[in-house]
Design a protein around this ligand. Structure first.
Ligand SMILES: CC(C)(COP(=O)(O)OP(=O)(O)OC[C@H]1O[C@@H](n2cnc3c(N)ncnc32)[C@H](O)[C@@H]1OP(=O)(O)O)[C@@H](O)C(=O)NCCC(=O)NCCS
Length: 201
């Protein structure tokens, strides 16, 4: 629970059955580069596939600066028992006046469709409502990235609409689907959203 405005996002270590969400370190840059250079991973996110490991290092350093300042930031996702960083999840922004935030995420391609991001997002949603006491969490995905929308649905987020030409991604305007979950939705469906058991498909 936070009490000091400057430490709104303490980015504490979180765990789930298969995952550790933790602050990233420069030593994680190689793992992040290994999946971040994959164009399929980068296709529907607003960063370009990495060409050099130095780009992943710069990303980690930018996150570390946010950790120091208590700003909204991302955790890296470590697969328990391997030490390997397989993705990231975190806050894109926070609006203090409205007590709302947006979550974004990405995952190494060899880990897709195993319920990993659903497990991570459920834990982050739980933390955001129960520990940070934020009122509204948004997430958005490009309309031609339905797997991401499915993750949002499985985490209890509701589709609020399609925003036409909302983003410019890799030189093209793209339509995005907006999802959100409110504190009251979470309280109502807390049992269903409990992240303790990994998703079985
Ligand atoms: C989107 C992403 C995070 C999903 O993570 P994940 O761990 O594979 O997600 P999960 O396994 O928890 O769930 C994926 C769901 O999407 C479904 N899915 C996968 N491909 C799909 C497709 N082409 N169309 C519809 N559903 C699809 C899966 O079947 C699964 O749903 P189910 O459990 O009901 O069967 C991952 O693919 C990724 O990192 N992609 C690249 C980066 C990215 O797009 N980030 C999100 C930007 S908004």
């Amino acid at each position: 629970m936070f009490s000091d405005d400057t430490m709104l996002f303490p980015m504490e270590r979180l765990t789930t059955e298969r995952l550790i969400l933790r602050r990233m370190d420069v030593s994680d840059a190689q793992d992040i580069f290994n999946y971040g250079k994959d164009r399929e991973v980068a296709r529907h996110v607003l960063w370009d596939a990495y060409q050099y490991v130095g780009e992943a290092r710069a990303y980690v350093r930018a996150m570390q600066r946010k950790y120091r300042l208590g700003e909204p930031a991302s955790w890296c996702i470590e697969l328990k028992g391997t030490g390997r960083v397989i993705g990231t999840i975190g806050y894109m922004w926070y609006q203090r006046d409205h007590n709302s935030t947006e979550i974004g995420y990405s995952l190494a391609r060899d880990m897709w469709n195993k319920g990993i991001m659903t497990e991570a997002l459920k834990r982050v949603i739980q933390y955001t409502f129960e520990d940070l006491q934020i009122h509204r969490i948004e997430a958005q995905h490009e309309v031609d990235n339905p797997a991401s929308g499915r993750v949002m649905q499985k985490c209890g987020m509701e589709h609020e609409g399609t925003l036409r030409g909302r983003l410019m991604n890799k030189g093209k305007y793209v339509d995005v689907d907006l999802y959100a979950i409110l504190m009251e939705d979470y309280r109502r469906r807390r049992e269903m959203l409990r992240p303790s058991q990994h998703e079985t498909r």
